[in-house]
Ligand binder design. Sequence first.
Ligand SMILES: [Zn+2]
Ligand SMILES: [Zn+2]
Length: 413
Amino acid sequence: MHAEPETHRFNTEEQITCSRYRSLLASKDRDYLLSSHGAQVKVSDLEGKVLGIYFSANWYQPCINFTKALVDAYKQLTSEGSSFEIVYVSSDEELETFDQYRSFMPWLSVPFSDLEARKALDKKFDVESIPCLVILQPDDNEEEAATRKDGVELIYRFGIDAFPFTTERLAGLEMEEKQRQESQTLTKLLINHDRDYLLSHTSPNQVPVASLVGKTVGLYFSAQWCLPCVKFTPRLISIYLKIKQNLTSDDDTKSNEDFEIVFVSSDRDQEGFDSYFLTMPWLALPFRDPTIKTLAKILDVRCIPCLVIIGPDGKTLTKNGRNLINLYQQNAYPFTDAKVGLLEKQVDEEAKMLPRSEYHVGHRHELTLVSEGTGGGPYICCDCKEQGWNWAYQCLECGYEVHPKCVRTVAKS
Ligand SMILES: [Zn+2]
Ligand SMILES: [Zn+2]
């Protein structure tokens, strides 16, 4: 390649990138960023690269979780020679925690001392919640048409395949995902080259995956080292047994309907897996089976415990099984949109009968009944620590919130 116009065009682009990245990331008296070892790296080194600006903090678990995923993606991309860089914009509270957190990050950072630059970036990209990964394209013009703020979502959903995060690339991935979902079957999800069975507690300790086809199946992502998992498992067991019992006592003739759960373990050793699985009355994928990673990726499971429900046709019904179980217990079955819609209506009806305000034994202020339309929305119940949405009793003074079912009324003090 030699033509002069080519070179000329490249220079112009370089200038655009360079001045844009510089105006974002450098300041009057600083033209560098910090490497993970604390060395100074010129902002101009970012020229021509796809750039991720990463807003995060060490005191917030969702940030820590995402940082792990991002480190993996970054290492893979850079080892393949992809032209990608990340710049960390810290919301840490002090220099010490910033340094500590940053040492896990193989990319660059805006110096902690430059509060002004960090604030300006926050404001520029209108960052409402962390973690947030803003993606900038090197050849984007001043209008920033190609800037994306959903980098976290994209990395979780597509991993390194999302790179270079262009509209065309992402449209292609969306299409692939849609096709995969349309052709999804239970068998495709659960078997691999070496295995067409699941583990069972009853002899011969193996059940063919094929025997589950046509059932509603819950994939239970869980691990014994995870405290919320260990708390949720007994609840799930009792509800599983109730659903099974309702199905067998149902003398309707349409009762080829059935429900099963498959434990998808992220335990750290065989021993942990064995003892945890022993408490469960359902089936399991073998410990460290390669299908476990594939499932987590294609079903987009980001944290545990998670209960993904697969319908009788093999398509995903919901990834919200855990919340549905917590909210509606055995009534959540068969987890279809129609059933959930019905249950929501029921809850709305019941809520009409609830007192407008309550004093709850666990909180000193008065609690007011709220719904999505009146300042409610998704929340974590301060009593049972599980997710809730729509109806809640909320303290208007301090934000304390509980499920209506979790209120234990006390007399006004
Ligand atoms: Zn609750
Ligand atoms: Zn309060």
